[in-house]
Write a protein that binds this ligand. Structure first.
Ligand code: ZN
Ligand code: ZN
Length: 307
């Protein structure tokens, strides 16, 4: 499987010179499976540049939404494939089966929030009635888990040919109320994944103000990745206020933390343009040349970061 990042920012797009290296587009990740199936996770503003690539091929697309907060659906009206006649786009809704989507990815195209109505789109776009049943016909494992996030939503896990990918964003590992999914259940859900993408929007300094906002601390996500023995943790959904230098610092501190645990888990802070190939074959564990993944050209004051 190949994982490509098109949007890594949380809450709000944050373009500008202070965020240019990790990127300012909101959540969007492409997962390409060995059989050619294309799964797109979230439709944040990163979906727009992804759409430019997807327009050149005619493969059916599968959009798996975690939930319907703006930073996860806002790119959809600007996704070129929805304007391609008969283009197949299957959407995995973000609310529990049978629930009605209040203001979802399609419903935002209503003439008020966007000039067009979704019923006029030339593509063959529609919600999956029953996502687990829909994916039964495919040659990979599909699992989802309820997020600890205001309004709810889903995390996803895809297993294919011995490789495993988990996408868990907008998830508060230690919420103030009883969690929909406990920490131990997350450890089980993520266990042994080659790549775990997890929201780690906050630092201890953001608390207690942001407690209950539905996002995790970097330190909590490291604990999860360590306990779940994942191959590589991808720190994701960066706070819009976090500068490149601050994100790079989180990466350095996290590498130190895993080294102190004697852990084999690798860690990367996601950036737009990051591509990770996960080897197939049971037992194969992704090993990534982390130094090669450093954002090129990042300007770092002398002595601030390890090189
Ligand atoms: Zn978000
Ligand atoms: Zn959210």
């Amino acid at each position: 499987m190949r994982i490509s990042f098109y949007g890594v920012r949380g809450s709000l797009p944050s373009p500008g010179p202070a965020t240019a290296h990790f990127g300012g587009n909101t959540s969007c990740v492409l997962l390409e499976l060995a059989d050619g199936t294309l799964l797109i996770f979230d439709a944040g503003t990163g979906l727009r540049p992804l759409g430019q690539h997807m327009a050149a091929i005619d493969t059916p697309l599968h959009l798996l939404l975690t939930h319907s907060h703006w930073d996860h659906i806002q790119g959809f009206p600007f996704f070129t494939p929805i304007y391609q006649p008969e283009r197949e786009i299957h959407i995995c809704r973000s609310l529990p089966d049978g629930d009605t989507e209040f203001a979802g990815v399609l419903e935002q195209m209503n003439g008020h929030n966007h000039p067009l109505g979704h019923s006029t789109l030339p593509a063959a776009v529609g919600y999956m009635e029953d996502p687990p049943a829909f994916f039964e016909r495919y040659d990979f494992g599909f699992r989802r888990k309820t997020l600890n996030h205001p309004g709810g939503g889903y995390a996803y896990r895809i297993d294919e040919g011995g490789a495993a990918f988990a996408y868990v964003t907008d998830n508060e590992l230690d919420p103030p109320e009883k969690p929909a999914t406990s920490f131990d259940e997350w450890v089980d859900f993520c266990h042994g994944a080659d790549v775990l993408i997890h929201d780690a929007q906050y630092l201890e300094a953001d608390m207690p103000m942001k407690h209950g906002w539905g996002h995790s601390l970097v330190s909590q996500v490291r604990e999860l990745a360590h306990e779940a023995e994942v191959g590589c943790l991808i720190i994701y959904h960066h706070d819009p206020e976090r500068t490149d230098l601050e994100v790079a610092k989180i990466l350095d501190e996290s590498r130190d933390w895993f080294a102190r645990q004697g852990s084999r888990t690798q860690v990367v802070c996601a950036w737009e343009g990051l591509v990770i190939d996960v080897a197939h074959g049971r037992g194969a564990r992704t090993r990534i040349d982390i130094n090669a993944l450093r954002p090129s050209g990042l300007v770092v004051p002398e002595g601030t970061l390890r090189t």
